[in-house]
Design a protein around this ligand. Sequence first.
Ligand code: RUQ
Ligand code: CUA
Length: 692
Amino acid sequence: MTSQPNASDEPTARADEQRDETPADAGETGPADGPDAADGEPEIVDGRTIEHLLTDHERDIASTAEGTDATAAKRPSLDLPRLELGRRDFMKAGAAVGAMSGLAGCTSILADEDDDSGGAAGSGEHSVAPGEHDEYYGFLSGGHTGEIRVVGLPSMRELMRIPVFQTESARGYGHDAKSSRMLEEEGDGHVWGDTHHPRVSQTDNDYDGRWLFVNDKANGRMARVDLEYFETDAITNVPNCQGVHGACMQLPDTQLVFGVGEFRVPMPNDGRDVQSPDEYGSVITAIDPETMDVEWQVEVDGNMDNGDGGKEGRWFFATGYNSEEGTTEGEMARSDRDYVKAFDIPAIWDAVESGQYEEISGVPVVDGTKDSPLNEGDRPIVRYVATPKSPHGVSVTPNGKYAIASGKLDPSCTVIDIEAIAEVDDPQDAIVGQPRIGMGPLHTAYDGRGHAYTTTFIDSEVVKWDYEAAVEAEAGSEEPVVDRHDVHYNPGHLIAAESYTASPQGDYLVSLNKLSKDRFLPVGPIHPENDQLFHIGDDDAGMQLVKDKPSYPEPHDASIVHKDKIDPAKTWDPDDYELEYVAEGEESFERVDDSTVEIEMWARRNEYAFPEVTLREGDEVRLKISNIETTSDVIHSIAIPEYDINLALAPQDTREVTFTADQPGVFWAYCAYFCSALHLEMRSRILVEPSA
Ligand code: RUQ
Ligand code: CUA
């Protein structure tokens, strides 16, 4: 175990000297005390802690830059303004501290090698030999690539990518009729998305391997991935909100899937109220996991951010910032408190069923704002629990007892007693713990042994703490912290194996770091992210850094599922596909009328049913094709590049596409998947005869 120089320590020229300073010193340079939950008055006034941090690090960087991280030292953005702290300043502080932790990290790596002797990077018990299988599936979001990535743990080998909101040519996604229709109809023609939170469906608070749900922060959508075929099978365009950020579900049995709206917009956003930000709203959306239909929405005050479901089916939680309802970063970060909102699902259903909603864009929208009549009386639909300051991640402990929110602009995490929420008069009184974790706490995961692990974006650490100890301790105490470990660098989410279930596995944890800086061979000015694997299974040995994995931008959240809980198909079952399979001997070429042709054909090693197809210029062609291979892993495709056709076909799969043969000439259709020794010969000649 190593510790990072405390953010508020006096600057010194050497990182190892910094490390020796005790956290107690921090109190002399900045008001390090956490907020006091008891009286509800934050002791940190308007970001002062972070302001100090900025000032200190400016000096740190000046004193340590030379000969250490020259690139960082030269970077002009490191001249941090010391004005009133806005959100952008905070982010800059993150970048600055990233540079700093780069320095600290370099020395601490040496220290790590001693401390982590049991888990040297990529070797020994945490490596997976060639030909061996991993223990876990990791499903990582792909951020603004719009996809999901599947990695094996603990090897961290990337196994597959699942396109969700973007077209993707290797898998032919967005090229065949069904997937392109789905992208078009449920996307207003958008060609990309921004996936953040992949959540795997559960039954009885454990992964059932059916589906994975993920949000689109860019275009306000939710999607479902079928985990039998590892393929996106439904997308829902969510009305009345711009970005869907957090994603979570009603547990224990995935009764509903929730999309947490972030950006506030007029509702409906049709040109009304553009100049009246007061009228903008932010909604959470409940979606039926089977039909993917929107059931209802709840409008709330402020911005929302992340979400997680309680384990017992009654509550789910969303963090939020911007209770100020500002439109600029300065306005949004002004107040010292924002809210964790606790949504009472049965009470919301009651309101919907008794007609207490307004229909907006065809969806029942229930008023969950603070002043709503539905929040008066003894069963409010939304409880607003005030926490410091722009809380970001929220996650429910495996035993279902607590919802823990990370302070983001405050160094604490807030522990909310879920059972108490219904009992207390003032939601504030459900707060039972508020340990000081470190600077910039973002997300929290669990090992199932009573420990929480929280990322600190500014300190660049994973902080392990005991949440029952945090309930016992004074607010603002660091005592519940049992271990800290540097990460490289500036982590967003982290996730432990099966952390979102009632029984986490407790052995592995991945920190999804936003910056990799010097950790890999340089590849130009856009660096990869760095996903770091920790072994957390040995409480005596502490967290052990096992390996670094560079990642294409940019994984946000992840879910880690034991391999026994997922049962992927080896080939397609034609019964699962809505198109009828074209068997050998059933191929057909039919001219339906003067300008319409229907082709049904098959593919196998190394041929298509038709070595040659003759069309007339202007024909509208519906092409359907089955891969009649029964051997797994023998994939074919059909590409007709001049017509932008590209269908990928797993064994027993059937896909179709329609195109207009508007260019006369000779066009070779070919197979783009390397399938056999005669793969290059696998082709069909498409002849388009000129019309006149
Ligand atoms: S958020 S780095 Cu999109 Cu999950 Cu927190
Ligand atoms: Cu089929 Cu290459």
